[in-house]
Design a protein around this ligand. Structure first.
Ligand SMILES: Cc1ncc(COP(=O)(O)O)c(C=O)c1O
Length: 322
């Protein structure tokens, strides 16, 4: 029995080494670096550069996690189609993974997303369905409702359903959280991330709270989102941020504070981050860095803050924010 156990352990280790040394593009997802941001403060402030993932955003992680779980559970089969609603980046991640693994991909997006994101999706071979920007996700014209309709009428299709799939936060609990803990040598005291589906803030937040319940977990939202307005949302320009519905991906038990940022504040910060600090970041990172900049007076010597930079400014250059 012991011999069998040793053999099975050896096989597992071998499989792990083979996957790690296969040099697949998928192996390049995660393990992103952190970089110091020279904000004026006695504390240390770092950005986790999620835009260095191969698909260009933080969404590579949940996309891969949900797809590989679906393959394992038999929900996604060879020759299948992946259908997903996305503010762009989750779609781009799925399109890239679909290209590598040989799946057809259909992504529904809101009309407000940048031209660069639409062109990127198409470059990976995905079919893009552009839907009207609606205030409520339940609206039958919304990109979420449209994705469900397409999924229902497409045979052999799978919808990861990032907005309601708890594997989304689990991807961050399993990968991004441990990385941040390791990279700060367990010294992190404050963690900031933009909340969209809320997978990033909740998954990493849960991991960090487990390691040290004193770590402050701070979610950055849009000031006119469904969550920030108690169910009376108004449209906004920023992408990849804004809690637009009630979702099991949002774990409020691990969040200490929500900070709401307006378009003017978040988009205005983009120029400062690029020209003063050298970070050409996307709109959600603009909002997060605005929130952190305003939080600086509350940080003290010895504190270590980490914020997530979800994607790059290169995806928004046509919007002339910079
Ligand atoms: C650039 C960017 N930042 C942050 C987020 C928010 O992450 P989450 O959906 O995990 O809340 C997204 C989500 O699409 C994103 O694209």
């Amino acid at each position: 029995m012991l011999k069998n156990l040793t053999l099975s352990l050896k096989t597992d280790i071998l499989k792990f080494i083979m996957r790690k040394s296969s040099h697949s593009l998928l192996d390049a997802i995660g393990n992103t670096p952190i970089a110091k941001v020279s904000f004026k403060t006695k504390a240390k402030v770092f950005a986790k550069l999620e835009y260095l993932n191969p698909g260009g955003s933080v969404k590579d992680r949940p996309a891969l996690f949900m797809i590989e779980k679906a393959e394992k559970n038999g929900l996604l089969k060879s020759g299948g189609t992946i259908v997903e609603a996305s503010s762009g980046n989750q779609g781009i991640a799925i399109a890239m993974i679909g290209a590598i693994k040989g799946y057809k991909v259909i992504i529904t997006v809101s009309e407000k997303i940048s031209e660069e994101k639409i062109k990127t999706l198409k470059a990976y071979g995905a079919k893009v369905v552009i839907c009207p920007a609606t205030n409520f996700i339940e609206d039958s014209r919304s990109y979420h409702s449209q994705a469900i309709a397409i999924h229902k009428r497409t045979p052999n299709s799978f919808m990861p359903n990032q907005y309601f799939n708890v594997l989304n936060p689990k991807a961050h609990y399993t990968t991004t959280g441990p990385e941040i803990w390791r990279q700060t040598k367990g010294k992190i005291t404050h963690y900031f991330a933009a909340a969209g589906t809320s997978g990033t803030i909740s998954g990493i937040g849960k991991f960090l709270k487990k390691k040290n319940p004193k770590i402050k977990v701070i979610a950055v939202d849009v000031n006119t989102s469904f969550h920030a307005t108690d169910g009376h949302p108004k449209s906004y320009k920023m992408e990849g941020i804004g809690i637009d519905f009630k979702t099991p991906c949002l774990d409020e038990s691990v969040i200490d504070e929500f900070i709401s940022v307006s378009d003017k504040q978040g988009l205005g910060m983009l120029k400062i981050m690029a020209k003063k600090y050298g970070f050409l970041v996307g709109t959600s990172a603009g909002a997060v860095s605005y929130a952190v900049q305003n939080y600086l007076p509350k940080l003290k010597k010895g504190d270590v803050a980490v914020m997530i930079f979800g994607d790059s400014g290169r995806a928004y250059l046509s919007k002339n924010y910079y």
